[in-house]
Design a protein. Structure first.
Length: 212
């Protein structure tokens, strides 16, 4: 098991990282404004699954390969960035249909698709990749053994904090959406701004450099 002092130190560091909005938080907010509370919370679950996939990768050695290989890191980063830009362009093109979706007259945004989009953003988040690959192993007590199990446990701590924080962001944004939804023009504006935000986020992710 992870010593309690290391567990608490890791939780504190995780909290500081999580409360600063990054790609996952901004994406949750965008989904909340565009599709509401349910989509926001589904996105949070997807992000969490994506982040925990990174924990599993680090626990079993794959994360070390990504961290040490500039090619692997950049490939994963660029895939995530391209996906964010794609979603942003899609949101802008469909901004006029948001009011119909809100009132139930338009096509629903499927939960599985929302979950997948959240997962893709979570697993390609450069900030999380670097944190898990470079920081997570430092909190493992190798003298205690079961290194992989310790990493998986620490990953659970990180994701519990992330779920709580991201859910608050998502629910707050979904509440603000109700005001925007009173006017089709306002809601279309939200779709456009949300799309531009995702495109900007994708570009930011793409130019994020490794901190070796």
């Amino acid at each position: 098991m992870v010593p309690i002092d290391r567990l608490l130190a890791f939780a504190a560091m995780s909290f500081l990282l999580i409360v600063i909005p990054g790609p996952s938080v901004l994406f949750v907010i965008g989904r909340a404004l565009a599709h509401g509370r349910r989509a926001a919370l589904t996105t949070v679950v997807g992000n969490t699954l994506g982040a925990y996939a990174l924990v599993v990768a680090v626990a079993f050695g794959v994360g070390a390969v990504v961290e040490r290989s500039a090619l692997a890191f950049n490939a994963l980063k660029l895939v995530g960035a391209a996906y964010l830009v794609y979603l942003g362009v899609k949101a802008i093109r469909q901004r006029g249909s948001l009011h119909a979706a809100f009132t139930g007259d338009g096509p629903a945004h499927g939960s599985l698709r929302t979950l997948w989009e959240g997962f893709a953003v979570g697993v390609a988040n450069p900030k999380t990749i670097v944190f898990f690959a470079a920081v997570l192993p430092q909190f493992v007590d190798r003298d205690q053994g079961h290194v992989a199990v310790q990493m998986l446990l620490l990953g659970v701590v990180f994701n519990v904090i992330a779920v709580a924080s991201d859910s608050v962001w998502g629910l707050a944004a979904a509440t603000a959406r109700n005001w925007f939804a009173r006017s089709p023009r306002r809601l279309a504006m939200v779709g456009g701004v949300g799309g531009l935000t995702m495109i900007g986020l994708g570009v930011t992710v793409a130019v994020t450099a490794r901190k070796d």
